[in-house]
Design a binder for this molecule. Structure first.
Ligand code: FES
Ligand SMILES: [Fe+2]
Length: 375
């Protein structure tokens, strides 16, 4: 089957601009985890669809703003994570929880705004949806109903798993020279595992070992986006898979206050368009966000919360989280090498991909993607 996508979908800046407008500024996009914003005035900044976004805990409520001061368009918060009130660094304006301007130092002497202008100035607010401990933001003025993007069953599963996130997490960013779509395609395409991860991932997952040895499986086949000929819809692109994992638990799992699911299972949650997160041994939740920077550049944002560990042990937990992160990167680096090679080789006149039956998920996803793009 020919792919619905052509090489230009991985190369063109015009298509990238359309994606930013019709996908990233239209859909609900996962923005961050709630434990990172637990305290009053805790904040995080990031970019979504080319727009600087500030998430700020305002007296217990998480709000999302365009991170631009109405005065001279400086970012109000400049760090990636922190805990300070909304006060612009440039001339010290402060803001109310609804984004309106609260105080302006030396206002009477220097600014002289008329009452209407003074009242109208504010940071733009965006819609926020909390699903368990996962925070989603929608930049559109008329946000899509959340249920149109995610089924109630999927929402329930994500909410349940994410409620196991404890107060500790580790975060890292990396920029890589490939198109963001390759990451979602790659995490769904399980057939690369024996070739790209023969030593890292394959030995740990019996389902894949059996599958590739043509052995009878104790587990049902992996979840598919679509089972029939009907056209696939947006809400079908976010789904979960799980299978056995054959690995020694981390030594610190005995300090976990509570585990998620089965300790011998590997859970994967795919959140269209640009996130997947797993649960490893019931205690760690590496969340990968493939944040588009340009047609050929992606920022990989890896956030890894863990379940709560007992008080005594919590002090030493940072080192564990770091080792989980490095373990993730060990597998992801194998993927990155392949995706970087693809991006380097592909060119505008390259042929259309020929995809097989097992790639029906990728084909279904590409159809939805194209309909979003051209909406
Ligand atoms: S730019 Fe923010 S106070 Fe002047
Ligand atoms: Fe992989």
């Amino acid at each position: 089957m020919k792919s619905p996508l052509s090489p230009k979908h991985y190369l063109s800046e015009e298509i990238f601009a359309l994606e930013q407008k019709n996908i990233f500024r239209k859909l609900w996009i996962f923005a961050g985890i709630k434990p990172a914003l637990a305290a009053h005035n805790a904040f995080m900044t990031r970019e979504i669809g080319g727009v600087p976004v500030l998430l700020q805990n305002c007296s217990g409520k998480i709000r999302a703003f365009e991170n631009l001061c109405p005065h001279r368009l400086m970012p109000v918060q400049t760090e990636e994570f922190g805990q300070t009130p909304m006060r612009c660094v440039y001339h010290g304006w402060t803001f109310n929880p609804d984004g309106t301007v609260r105080t302006i130092p030396t206002e009477r002497h220097l600014y002289n705004y008329d009452a209407e202008t003074r009242q109208s100035m504010c940071m733009k607010q965006f819609a926020v949806h909390e699903l368990g401990n996962m925070i989603f933001v929608c930049l559109d003025d008329n946000p899509l109903p959340f249920d149109d993007q995610f089924t109630p069953e999927f929402q329930e599963k994500v909410a349940e798993a994410s409620m196991f996130f404890g107060p500790h997490a580790i975060h890292s960013n990396r920029r890589l020279d490939f198109n963001w779509k390759l990451m979602f395609e790659n995490v769904i395409d399980y057939n690369h595992i024996p070739f790209i991860h023969p030593k890292s991932l394959l030995p740990a997952i019996p389902t894949f070992r059996h599958m590739f040895n043509n052995e009878k499986q104790e587990q049902p086949a992996l979840a598919q986006i679509s089972h029939g000929p009907e056209p696939v819809e947006l809400h079908q692109l976010s789904f979960t898979r799980e299978c056995f994992i054959d690995q020694q638990p981390y030594y610190w799992t005995k300090h976990a206050v509570k585990h998620y699911g089965r300790i011998d299972h590997y859970y994967n949650f795919y959140i269209y368009p640009n996130v997947n997160f797993t649960c490893v041994m019931g205690v760690a939740f590496p969340i990968q966000q493939y944040h588009p920077i340009s047609a050929q550049k992606t920022q990989i944002r890896l956030t890894c919360p863990s379940v709560t560990v007992d008080n005594e042990y919590a002090k030493r937990h940072a080192a564990n989280l770091r080792s989980v992160l490095l373990g993730e990167y060990r597998v992801m680096d194998e993927d990155f090498d392949a995706l970087l090679a693809f991006q380097k080789a592909v060119h505008r006149d390259a042929p259309i991909m020929e995809q097989g039956h097992y790639e029906s998920d990728l084909i279904a996803m590409a159809h939805v993607y194209k309909s979003l793009l051209n909406a």
